[in-house]
Every structure is written in structure tokens, then in C-alpha cells.
Design a protein around this ligand. Structure first.
Ligand code: PRP
Length: 174
């Protein structure tokens, strides 16, 4: 495994992301919706750097098995009431873009005043949708990455840094 972003770089990136979000929303109350599971670490770090009054909710999506994307499932059972609220979706990575594209369409139906998204990572050249997040901390190369919330087969989310998987890290048939 090869480190791509160390703890200091991640912290600086999240700080800049928070600065941009604080500058954009000012004192307006903001509802943050974290897309589980990958966004838990970013969400925990980011919300503590936001200055406006915030509410925090979650929804859960799942589509990757190993390094392969499969059918997307969305579980919105725990959604907050966001009607007439300013809403910011938070996710760890924008890869093909299908997750945020679908989640944005679904959440828009709840009637928010505004709906934007913030991601830690945007993988270069992988997007298959028109949608783009408004706030991005890092553009990264097209490599499968783990750590800081991101997993490979449910492992590595706890790494405090971001690493690229190498061939020797991949499980057979994964
Ligand atoms: O842009 P995309 O190609 O849609 O990929 C991005 C999504 O994939 C991962 O979620 P995953 O489905 O693996 O669930 P997880 O958050 O539980 O890891 C990641 O957390 C993003 O939500």
C-alpha cells in the first residue's frame, strides 16, 4: 500500500474545505447529510470546523464490492426533515459520480431551499455523470484508495491517512 495523502495533508484539505463552506453559507443555518459509511471520518472532522448553526443527518448508500461498482442501493430511513432548509451532502469520494448523482435527485424531492455537495476526493477522469460537487478538497489520480473512512471489502476505514491499494493488497477474485 502506498500513502497518497498523510494526516497533515488531509487536515489541511479539510480545513480549506471548511473555509470554503463557511465562506459560502456565512451564518445561515445548514443541514449536513452525511452519506454513510465512507463519509464518517470526513463528516466528524468537517462539522467541527463549520461556524454556522448546523443539524446533522445521515443516509446510507452501497454499491462497491471490492474495487468493482455494482447496483446502487440507497437507505434514506434516517433522513431528517429538510423541507425549506439549506442542505449540504457530504461524501468521501466522487468516483464515477453515480452515488451523488442519484442521492441528489432523491434528496431534492424532500424540498430543500438549496442543495449542494462537498467531497474529500474527486477521482480524475472517472466520472460518468454530468453532476459535479460544489466543494472538493482533493483531485486524485485514478487509483483505488483506502483509509480516512474509505474501505476495500469493509477494511481499512480506520487508517488515519489515505493510501492507494497495490496489486499485492488485492484479494484473489475481488
Ligand atoms: O462516485 P461513485 O462511483 O458512485 O462512488 C462513490 C461512492 O462509493 C463509495 O460508497 P460505497 O458504495 O462503497 O459504500 P460505503 O460508503 O459504505 O463504502 C463512496 O463512499 C461513495 O459514496
Amino acid at each position: 500500500m502506498k500513502t497518497l495523502l498523510d494526516e497533515n495533508q488531509l487536515n489541511d484539505g479539510v480545513e480549506k474545505l471548511a473555509d470554503a463552506i463557511n465562506a459560502h453559507y456565512g451564518d445561515k443555518p445548514l443541514t449536513i447529510i452525511c452519506i454513510l459509511t465512507g463519509s464518517i471520518v470526513l463528516g466528524a472532522d468537517l462539522i467541527r470546523k463549520l461556524r454556522m448553526p448546523t443539524r446533522v443527518g445521515v443516509l446510507q448508500t452501497s454499491s462497491y464490492e471490492g474495487t468493482e461498482r455494482g447496483d446502487l442501493t440507497i437507505n434514506a430511513e434516517m433522513m431528517l426533515d429538510i423541507k425549506d432548509r439549506e442542505v449540504l451532502l457530504i461524501d468521501d469520494i466522487f468516483d464515477t459520480g453515480h452515488t451523488l448523482d442519484k442521492v441528489t435527485a432523491l434528496v431534492a424531492d424532500y424540498g430543500p431551499t438549496s442543495l449542494q455537495s462537498a467531497v474529500l476526493l474527486c477521482k480524475t477522469g472517472r466520472q460518468e455523470v454530468e453532476y459535479r460537487p460544489e466543494f472538493i478538497a482533493f483531485d486524485i489520480p485514478d487509483e483505488f484508495v483506502v483509509g480516512y473512512g474509505l474501505d476495500y471489502n469493509d477494511e481499512y476505514r480506520n487508517l488515519p491517512y489515505l493510501a492507494c491499494l497495490e496489486d499485492s493488497d488485492l484479494e484473489p477474485n475481488a
